[in-house]
Design a binder for this molecule. Structure first.
Ligand code: NAI
Length: 334
């Protein structure tokens, strides 16, 4: 039986990196039936809706998706399709592993960086509850609940136990937001007490950013509320070579949607320059999720081998290869 996977190519470089990733997944030999559905600008043009119901119908059936980035207008327009998808499907874990690729020249290339981010994915300032109190005065509500904080903390600790990770650090700003981040922190402490074999630490978010740049190799697993998780994810991507390479997964109880950390990269869209590594690495996670472990490992090794060789890399990581040439190199390794 082929695996049914919902494919949402997305906007900007989304279709380019999605095509590349589909080719790489198919080259592993795993049998997949892709259910292609559009969300974002293409969907809006065709249906008048940025997030058509067909996306949910498909994901409710397949329970697993591969998704390209979707644009969100800045300071106007519709609210984020990405946030809406995560909320409606209750994909409460945003899982982002950050590891150094062999041979890649970065500022931190000699450090063994291997850390994992658990970003809460459904609330915080992403609740989108904003209003103008009086002209020129706007309030935006930061919503933190015990339920969401407990389950993201549990996900981080359970993963650490399963994967033999040693330390979880909760990132917060509870010195200032004593109630909201205070609640998040209390939940992390409560869960940490149930995992005595795993070291637990806490860092205020500004200090965490500094420590991540000064001593990135000392970090193992980080658990963060939504907004800090978003920002710190891009920071950690920068430690290992940029947004072109870091994968991600949005995980719920019954559904999982795999997508890169990066956005639509409008500056390079349509030029065949995008680095598909991040979405391919997301597909590595997806294949493992489907229990296609051998294919997952082979794809992971093939990507790493292309980096180790260093001859067919895209422009963002110092090469001059096209999206297609990089993909061909990965497939040749497979
Ligand atoms: P971005 O991630 O699209 O781009 C930031 C920089 O990284 C750009 O210079 C871009 O060229 C580069 N970059 C990103 N991915 C790359 C790749 N695969 N290969 C080579 N270079 C790459 O961030 P930006 O410009 O802040 O956001 C653009 C749009 O993307 C916005 O509308 C934003 O809302 C959306 N976005 C969507 C996300 C999602 O769907 N999950 C996540 C982040 C942003």
């Amino acid at each position: 039986m082929p695996h049914a996977i919902t494919l949402i190519p997305g906007d900007g470089i989304g279709p380019e990196v999605a095509d590349a990733t589909v080719r790489a997944v198919e080259a592993t030999g795993v049998s997949v039936e892709w259910e292609r559905v559009d969300a974002g600008q293409k969907a809006e043009l065709e249906t008048g809706k940025v997030l058509p119901e067909a996306v949910f119908t498909s994901l409710e059936r397949t329970r697993v998706g591969l998704k390209g980035p979707i644009a969100t207008p800045i300071a106007k327009g519709h609210s984020s399709v990405n946030v809406a998808l995560r909320k409606r499907l209750d994909l409460y874990v945003n899982f982002r592993p950050v590891e150094m690729l062999p041979g890649l020249k970065t500022r931190f290339q000699d450090l063994p960086i291997d850390l994992v981010i658990f970003r809460e994915n459904t609330e915080d300032l992403y609740s989108g509850i904003e209003h103008e109190v009086v002209p020129d005065v706007v309030e935006s509500l930061k919503v933190i609940t015990k339920t969401a904080s407990m389950r993201i903390a549990r996900a981080a600790f359970e993963y650490s136990r399963r994967m033999d990770r040693h330390k979880v650090v909760a990132v917060h700003k509870a010195n200032i937001m004593k109630m909201s981040d205070g609640l998040f922190l209390r939940c992390c402490r409560e869960v940490a007490a149930q995992f005595p074999e795993i070291e637990y630490g806490e860092l205020i978010v500004d200090n965490a950013c500094m420590q991540l740049v000064m001593r990135p190799e000392t970090f193992d697993v980080l658990v963060l509320p939504n907004l800090y998780g978003d920002i710190v994810s891009d920071l950690t991507a920068g430690l290992v070579g940029g947004l072109g390479i870091v994968p991600g997964a949005n995980l719920g109880e019954s559904t999982a949607v795999f997508e890169a950390v990066h956005g639509t990269a409008p500056d390079i869209a349509g030029q065949g320059k995008a680095n598909p590594t991040a979405l391919m690495q997301s597909a590595v996670l997806l294949l493992a999720h489907l229990d296609e472990r051998e294919a997952s490992q082979r794809l992971h090794r093939a990507i790493r081998a292309v980096y180790a060789e260093g001859k067919t890399l895209t422009g963002d990581v110092g090469g001059s290869a096209s999206t297609e040439a990089f993909t061909d190199a990965v497939i040749a390794r497979l």
